[in-house]
Design a protein around this ligand. Structure first.
Ligand SMILES: NC(=O)CC[C@H](N)C(=O)O
Length: 337
């Protein structure tokens, strides 16, 4: 009977990378003070015995770190392992446990480069498993449930936190401490309740199988850095980043991605020297930067990130620049993804 049930269940691999979902605190009252990335994947799986009812689950520890320390090389390593598993006939879905600080970056990266329609779900938690009212167990259960359901194929890389199914492209950590941390300016795509997925909308942007990018052909990512716009800003950071080797600089601009008059000449100069300048906005949600609004992008040969926040714009710029150094092509890519 047991063997029969196993045959019917989907095969889901959990790739563990660390974060709070693998964290541990000194006491149950420590919901915010704890160490991330302490528990191995076997302990995480053992902590949610109900997983065995919904999928044949196995785990792999890809790394064990807090996500603010994830490097481009880590992204490539994870992305290549996801692709290998997605190609395997006996894998139906993939879950990645991840720290929440850069979860949105990893989810968007995978959304751009994984050529599969199998569900890929990135998940984390806001409280360690040792805390009262820890959210990791349910988030992981929901992630495995979403990854094991064939109906969830072809919808891009997903993020399941706080009962919601979010697009890996759109979602962003918008609140810290609280468990309703992950939001998208365009709303969640669905809900996952008691392991069942309920869909309300689908992504309009190119992703996974419809993407022109493929992790299997990417061996390194170019340096792309971010500089922040604010009152009384100087051009020091922008120049330093270029000197440090940045091939593109994401301007995390005020409002419409506006650029201080004290910074404009340096950015024009950097562009002439070959550095791509990409204007985004650091407003909290719903940034929307348009070409030639606030700044003459056609004249300056700059790119706009449209609705992508600065950290997501960095991911897309890196991936795009593995294929093109042309600013018009870059701009096309920023509209399409
Ligand atoms: N809630 C979290 O996962 C944050 C812990 C840690 N800073 C990380 O991103 O891995």
């Amino acid at each position: 009977k047991e063997a029969e049930q196993q045959q019917k269940l989907a095969n889901v691999v959990i790739l563990a990378t660390g974060g709070t979902i693998a964290g541990a605190g000194a006491s149950a009252a420590n919901s915010a003070t704890y160490q991330a990335a302490k528990l191995g994947i076997d302990k995480l799986i053992a902590g949610v015995p109900e997983l065995a009812d919904i999928a044949n689950v196995r785990g792999e520890q890809v790394m064990q770190i807090a996500s603010e320390s994830i490097s481009n090389d880590d992204l490539l390593k994870l992305g290549k392992r996801v692709a290998e598993l997605a190609d395997s006939k006996d894998v139906d879905g993939i879950v990645i446990t991840h720290g929440t600080d850069t979860l949105e970056e990893t989810a968007y990266f995978l959304n751009l480069v994984e050529k599969t329609d199998k569900p890929i779900v990135v998940v984390g938690s806001m409280r360690p498993g040792t805390a009262m009212s820890a959210d990791g167990m349910l988030n992981l259960y929901n992630a495995v449930a979403v990854a094991s359901d064939k109906q969830n194929r072809g919808k891009g890389v997903l993020v399941t936190m706080n009962d919601e199914i979010q697009s890996g492209r759109d979602v962003s950590k918008s609140v810290n401490i609280k468990t309703e941390a992950f939001k998208s300016a365009w709303g969640p795509m669905g809900m996952v309740v008691e392991g069942k997925s309920y869909w309300f909308r689908l992504p309009a942007k190119r992703h996974t199988v419809n993407s022109e990018f493929d992790i299997k052909t990417i061996s390194s990512l170019p340096a792309v850095d971010i500089a922040y716009g604010y009152g009384n800003v100087t051009d020091t950071a922008y120049k330093a980043l270029a000197q440090g080797g940045a091939k593109a600089i994401i301007h995390a601009g005020t409002g419409n991605g506006s650029v201080s008059s004290r910074v404009v000449p340096a950015l024009q100069e950097l562009r002439k020297n070959g550095v791509q300048i990409i204007r985004s906005s650091h407003v909290n949600q719903g940034g929307f930067v348009l070409r030639n609004a606030e700044q003459p992008d056609d004249k300056n040969d700059w790119v706009v990130a449209h609705d992508l926040n600065p950290q997501k714009a960095r991911i897309l710029a890196m991936v795009a620049m593995t294929k093109t150094q042309d600013s018009k092509e870059l701009q096309r890519i920023f509209w399409e993804y």
